[in-house]
Design a protein around this ligand. Structure first.
Ligand code: FAD
Length: 504
């Protein structure tokens, strides 16, 4: 492909109107001038995957960029707030930990807070890590409030959070946003894709009605089937099942009359794990499992037996292969969402991956035509992001002492990627962990999950010893005390929602 080939991009065709399609359309309609036409083709008959209800804090940046009013957004999507994820029974049966968003403690000197905590914990003189983290501690007490930047020296100044929402209402919300900005929606099933003879670029998609929709840039948001990226361009898929053994999920919503928890719960089960996502009108539940170890019927029966309220719809089984496309951008097709890859919902990363693909596309946008150097760079960044998230997810399966089922025996003893092994080894010796090249999960995420899964470092950072132990104890106590007081003063999650964004 020559530099700037295929002329200027003017017509953008997005195939698929699930979360990925509407997020892409919303962002592009906000960021691009009206010279560009944006069209979303979707088929109600095919429908969307209908899951994807827990997010991570970066989604706030997306909503802010779209200038979405947060209270209205929560109300319209019947959502709730999320301060982190509670993991139950992962390291060992009976153990629980929280992977909370945001900061832990308050750094002292040049060394991160958790290093001081490690020293004192090894000496048996520190409380659990949760008690030094405002979002973890608030989760434990079902409390929530937004940050108060006007109190810069308080932990209340920095409360990182995300959302739980109803996936179908989210797509509807974004569709309204897009249509108000001139995005054209076409209802119809794509039955054929026309490729240009000279370079194999996608020229148009053909609907069942016979209509052909042409464009210069195509965004494939058609879900697992990858209508353009795979079925038309045969890009190929890298399968990570050897490291991420789950390949099915069964999902069912249920009623709840309990308090709304400001966190997602992931409970490890015999052959996978179960999610619980609290929304205002229902609770989303699902059992993600490995079909090598449990049948669909058994998994469905286990999920139904573990619901906390009456099922509100029949259970639905979804099949997937954990992995990613060989190229996310191939010729004039960029794959986003499930069309690009899927790594299971354990850390709620998929919607974020849509968001970062959109950000990357805007950074490499082919205004003046397609340039292979840009495409290669886009793909290299996407690969790095996927590979690092994969490692973080594999960590949850690998670092376990569970030996009560064939599934956990497999996970505990399976080989893992070298990049993950290096991280685990480094943490085990010195408690050190580094965020490389702006990878998505921060040091704090790695630390919480490694500790939570039972990886105990043998040492701690040497610079911690420049402070006398009494000084460190005093410092830890004061952080814990201040966080405790802040959480005490916060409203309950229910009360916060009732005040600002409850549904009628
Ligand atoms: P889909 O929702 O499948 O949308 C595909 C679109 O393409 C639809 O509009 C469909 O009609 C259209 N389409 C397909 N074929 C054609 C055709 N021939 N003609 C016309 N239109 C067509 N992510 C998170 O971030 N957090 C979570 O908690 C989470 N949980 C998940 C749980 C499970 C079990 C699974 C499987 C996924 C989960 N995800 C989660 C991922 C999340 O659901 C997806 O990333 C997100 O919904 C985006 O999906 P999508 O838009 O790519 O695909």
């Amino acid at each position: 492909m020559s530099e700037g080939s295929q002329g200027r991009v003017r017509d953008i065709v997005i195939v698929g109107g699930g979360t990925a399609g509407w997020m892409a359309a919303a962002a592009l309609s906000k960021l691009l001038t009206r010279e560009y036409s944006i069209r979303v083709v979707e088929s109600e008959e095919i429908g969307t995957v209908g899951v994807g209800e827990a997010t991570i804090p970066m989604i706030k940046l997306f909503n802010n960029a779209l200038e979405i009013d947060e209270n209205d957004f929560i109300r319209q999507t019947k959502g709730s707030f999320k301060l982190g994820i509670e993991f139950v029974d992962w390291g060992r049966l009976g153990e629980t930990y929280i992977h909370a968003f945001g900061k832990i403690g308050q750094d002292l000197g040049m060394v991160p807070f958790y290093q001081y905590w490690l020293k004192m914990r090894q000496a048996g003189k520190a409380a659990p890590l949760d008690e030094y983290c405002i979002t973890a501690w608030a989760s434990r007490h079902n409390k929530f409030m937004r940050a108060m930047p006007e109190r810069p020296n308080s932990p209340l100044a920095d409360i990182a959070y995300a959302y739980h929402f109803d996936a179908s209402l989210y797509a509807r919300y974004l569709r309204g946003y897009c249509e108000a900005r001139g995005v054209v929606r076409t209802e119809g099933k794509v039955v054929d894709v026309q490729l240009r003879g000279e370079d194999g670029f996608v020229e148009s998609v053909q609907l069942e009605s016979g209509e052909r929709i042409g464009g210069q840039l195509f965004i494939d948001c058609s879900g697992f089937r990858g209508l353009l990226i795979e079925q038309a361009l045969k890009t190929g898929y890298i399968d990570w099942n050897e490291w991420l053994p789950c390949d099915r999920a069964v999902a069912v919503p249920c009623a709840s009359d309990r308090a709304l928890t400001p966190f997602t719960r992931c409970t490890a089960r015999e052959s996978g794990w179960q999610w619980r996502i609290p929304l205002q009108h229902r609770v989303g539940n699902g059992y993600v499992f490995a079909s090598r170890f449990i049948s669909e019927d058994e998994a469905t029966a286990k999920l139904l037996a573990n619901l906390e309220g009456e099922a509100l719809a029949p259970p639905r089984v979804l099949r997937f292969v954990a992995g990613k496309r060989r190229k996310f951008w191939n010729r004039n097709v960029v794959a986003m969402g499930l069309a690009g890859g899927f790594m299971e919902p354990l850390e709620s990363t998929s919607i974020h991956l849509i968001q970062s693909a959109i950000a990357r596309l805007t950074a490499f946008f082919p205004h003046a035509g397609f340039d292979q150097a840009d495409i290669d760079e886009f793909n290299a960044h996407s690969d790095f992001e996927y590979d690092r998230i994969r490692d973080f997810l594999v960590l949850h399966y690998k670092a376990t002492a569970r030996d009560d089922s064939a599934f956990w025996n497999h996970c505990r003893t399976m080989p893992i990627p070298d990049s993950l092994q290096r991280k685990i080894d480094l943490f085990r010796t010195s408690g050190r962990v580094f965020r490389e090249n702006n990878e998505m999960f921060t040091e704090m995420s790695w630390v919480q999950v490694m500790l939570g899964q039972g990886i105990a470092p043998r040492g701690y950072h040497a610079l911690v010893d420049i402070y006398p132990e009494a000084r460190i104890t005093e410092y830890l106590d004061s952080v814990r005390h201040v966080i405790g007081n802040c959480v005490e003063a916060m409203p309950s999650h229910d009360a916060f929602i009732a005040r600002y964004c409850a549904i009628d």
